[in-house]
Unconditional design. Sequence first.
Length: 150
Amino acid sequence: MIKNVEKFTAIVAKRELKIREIFKFSELIYPKMLASIEENNLEILGKPTFISYGRDGSLDKVFEHEICIPVSKCNNYSGSFEIKEYETFKCVAKKFDGTINQILIKGIPEVLNEAEEKNEILTNEMREVYYEWHKPRSKKNVVELQFGLK
């Protein structure tokens, strides 16, 4: 499905990584992000979102990765993370459920095929929106994959 994701404000942790490093980074940094949100009295307004720039599926390629938690706007934030404004994002998107490997292995080609069938041109931005997260091998995970469109 082609859709527009509305603009939002988020607390963000950035790092250049390889695909296999994403889980370890998120496991380390996510609790610190939640603590910073609480310490600064921010309100969580959306689902955790992973944003990758230049990620092409190669296990050895380094790309820019951001973990985002949508929050209320804040002018007085004093934590160690960035507060970033994301603009409206036109994308091809689809929700999947299952283990993270099932979602990525099955989901990525499915979403990319839809974009190709509709002759859409992709940007270098990919998002994973975590609607429900239990653990990597849980079949109860629900993740929406989004690929940016020009």
